[in-house]
Design a protein around this ligand. Structure first.
Ligand SMILES: [Zn+2]
Length: 68
């Protein structure tokens, strides 16, 4: 990816802002009772291409960038 955000030496992404419009909330109705614990969790997509949990503050959780 051309405009990938910076990463630390360990491969962790330094970006914490989700791409606008990619935020979604997990709905237990869509994923079934097996994944009920995920209900209400928010996910967003990072510019590095990874989909990550979003914290209450709206920041992406620390994650490693996908390897190519
Ligand atoms: Zn990232």
């Amino acid at each position: 990816m051309a405009d990938r955000p910076a990463a630390t030496a360990l491969g962790y992404c330094t970006n914490t802002a989700p791409v606008p419009g990619t935020l979604r909330t997990i709905n237990a109705k869509d994923i079934g009772p097996k994944f009920r614990h995920l209900h209400g969790r928010r996910y967003g997509i990072c510019p590095c291409g990874k989909e990550v949990t979003v914290t209450e503050r709206g920041n992406l959780r620390r994650h490693k960038q996908p390897q190519e």
